[in-house]
Design a protein around this ligand. Structure first.
Ligand code: KG4
Ligand code: ZN
Length: 325
């Protein structure tokens, strides 16, 4: 069965195609993302402009995805689309489009939670089966979930303030590096000396599993005011964020008795983070290339998991939710 996935939760128009075999194996057949450049001039995402651009682009992105998969729209057996959380207007574009397509084709429709999509992005790399622990680290989230069984998500910890990706973006701006900040910090960090600008690891000694990055951001601001080398600051910042994420996740995995850990979301593309997790000895699964940041294939993978688990299709009357806990 071929499942189409659509994500228009923020400023990327993502459409992907996933194949679900009778044996329950999944394979990503296509993953096309149109990243809206229009927001760069404003230094942040402009919600109304995002919605309009989704409307303008979604037909072309769908066509690209179908071409990449080598299939026709009539071959689709199900459609999945993100219904939250995200920007309301932006979400509605992909959600309405997906529902319309499903109804026109007379195939089942599955509404997917954006974070569930990020987690299932890892199913492109391994046969992902509960139980496992999942760390979602993106521009909007730093959330640690225990997944005791398929489709059940128990929040174990989250950030108290900024998301990790948001901190990367803000510190990149302080260092005079480009946007998005994650890849820019990562590249600068390779040339810097992390010991030159000591930064305190957040929430050291906590018994819980929370994160906090706003203090690091302030420390980075003070460091730039002292005139430190931006590459040294980038290296120290990256190392400190990575240590915090890895240590807390490893403690949570031990506490919940989980051996498998999914690390996903935009920040999961970070090389230093991947290397540090690989050294933990846990079975760490990352999404494949192009599946870390927002995309449609991850939503198709979440749809495939719902179908595989025998979940009923979603009601076409269900709306979008900007804030979906
Ligand atoms: O998942 P995503 O595309 O969007 C949200 O749902 O938020 O994540 C985008 C975030 C941005 O903050 C970006 O700076 C960060 O992911 N990011 C990275 C890297 N690539 C993207 N952070 C650290 N290292 C990277 N290589
Ligand atoms: Zn996301």
């Amino acid at each position: 069965m071929l499942i189409l996935g659509i994500d228009t939760s923020c400023d990327d128009t993502g459409v992907g195609v996933v194949e679900l075999t009778d044996a329950g194996q999944v394979r990503v057949r296509a993953n096309r993302v149109w990243s809206q450049a229009i927001h760069a001039t404003y230094g942040g995402v402009m919600p109304e402009l995002a919605s309009r651009e989704h409307v303008e682009r979604i037909d072309a992105v769908l066509e690209d995805a179908l071409n990449e998969a080598g299939v026709r729209v009539a071959d689709l057996g199900a459609v999945a689309a993100t219904n939250g959380p995200g920007l309301m207007g932006a979400l509605l574009v992909g959600l309405s489009y997906g529902k319309g397509l499903a109804q026109g084709l007379s195939v089942p429709f599955y509404a997917a939670h954006h974070l569930e999509g990020h987690i299932y992005a890892a199913a492109s790399e391994a046969d992902l089966r509960a139980p496992y622990l999942a760390l979602v680290v993106s521009g909007g989230h730093t959330h640690l979930f225990d997944v005791p069984r398929e489709g059940a998500y128990v929040l174990v910890g989250a950030t108290r303030d900024d998301a990790a990706g948001e901190a990367f973006d803000k510190v990149a701006r302080l260092c005079g590096l480009g946007y998005p900040g994650g890849p820019a910090i990562s590249a600068a960090a390779e040339r810097g000396n992390p010991d030159a600008v000591p930064l305190k690891e957040p929430l050291q000694g906590q018994s819980g599993f929370e994160f906090s990055f706003s203090g690091l951001k302030t420390a980075a601001l003070l460091a730039t005011q002292r005139g430190v080398n931006p590459e040294d600051l980038a290296a120290s910042f990256e190392r400190t964020v990575v240590r915090s994420l890895v240590k807390t996740t490893v403690r949570a995995a031990e506490h919940h008795g989980r051996r498998t850990v999914v690390v996903s979301g935009g920040v999961a593309a970070n090389r230093a983070l991947r290397a540090a997790f690989a050294a933990t000895g846990l079975n760490v699964v990352f999404p494949g290339k192009g599946l870390n940041t927002d995309n449609g294939a991850m939503i198709a993978l979440a749809g495939a998991a719902a179908i595989r688990a025998g979940r009923a299709p979603s009601d076409l009357s269900a709306g979008a939710t900007a804030y979906a806990p």
